[in-house]
Design a protein around this ligand. Sequence first.
Ligand code: PA5
Length: 446
Amino acid sequence: MLRLNIANAMEEVIGEKGLAEKEIEALRDVLSKAVLQVKQRNWEELAFLDLPEQDISDVKEIGVKIKKDSEYFLLLGIGGSALGPRSIIEALSPFHNLKKTPKVFIYDNVDPITLHSIFDIVDLKKTTVNVVTKSGSTAETVASFMILWEMMEKVLGEATGEHFVATTDPHKGNLREIVRQKGLLSLSIPPGVVGRYSVLSPVGLLLAEVIGVDSREILKGAADIRDRVMEEEPWKNPALLMAAILYLYGQNYGRTIDVLMPYADGLRRFSEWFCQLWAESLGKLGLGLTPYPSVGTTDQHSQLQLWMEGPEDKVLLFLRIEDYGEDIKIPFVFQDMEGLSYLSGHLLSELIKAEEESTELALAKAGRPSVTVILPRIDAYYMGQLFMFFEIVTVLTGFLIGINPFNQPGVEEGKNFTYGMMGKKGFEHKRQEVEASRERKTCWEL
Ligand code: PA5
């Protein structure tokens, strides 16, 4: 089971800048109320907690078909509809496209250069397009879907629909309507599951199956950690304790930036997934905590100086891997050079673990707090645990802050301006606002 070590956040270990046990004790009632809300499913959006029990026979069946029929798999989606799948492939099948088929592309933007580059590589006749959008109306995803549909139609004619799988709401939205009209294969994102909490739905699971990962293992891991963190006693519940610590540091000590630093290349994208989850869930009403993606050891040579001696506004969230599975011994070459020879005979896993521990300790000595999530291995089972653990920590932290961790009202205004500029009916006034703002801006441009 994934574990949490909070020593380097506590005053007993790092001195006066650490938290006192009594600060957590003082929150006891609020903490158990937060867990109760989760346990009792007080919000419809807590439906993500039940994803481990979903029926995945369709996901498996469609996954088998895609593996058999396709050389390329192109996922169109953005936000929660892309970041989860991307972190699954990067963690569980590194350098996938250089080694295996179907080759996977995730297009989560409307950058024409990227789409052109994908078209240079894929053969549309051998491609399955998985269009993923819960709402069925996200402009970026819908635009790329329209482009792909037309291009596929040109080369495939009547067979076009056979090359698409739609992952969307079971009942509502434009994409569901297109599924009905064109008879497309489809998978459903359960109604209560919000985009950034959807990685354990068919959003992430279809890609897992396509790259040869058994999604049952992911779900098993998710179920096990979910059941482990339903405890109301804070000192026995790692998710609750982590939420309490990050909340207290943000609220009382101005440490509002949370840096996630996994010591694994495969978890770089997981850091990005976490950033969306944390930012979009917690940043509202002038409150919230700011996520910051990182990776060890790489960022020790890039960001660590700032964390050691810069503003005291951060908490480090280390992600330590216990068993890397693979290993490589550093050989006995250049033995006459002291600056190199001390490394000989050690394993790379020893070096990366030593660096992680040293960084934790150096920060602790400087009174800079951190917590450490300990992951036994990077595999499907533990990826399921990681996703579910961080989702629950996010919800609990949101409840402690006192905001709704499931909505994102702040992204609407920007979308409305885009609708206006792109000519969507009913948004003409937004277009006028944009034009007026352009006039105001011209004299400030150099
Ligand atoms: O968390 C969310 O709800 C959002 O970030 C969505 O994932 C994102 O906006 C994409 O939405 P959709 O899946 O409806 O296209």
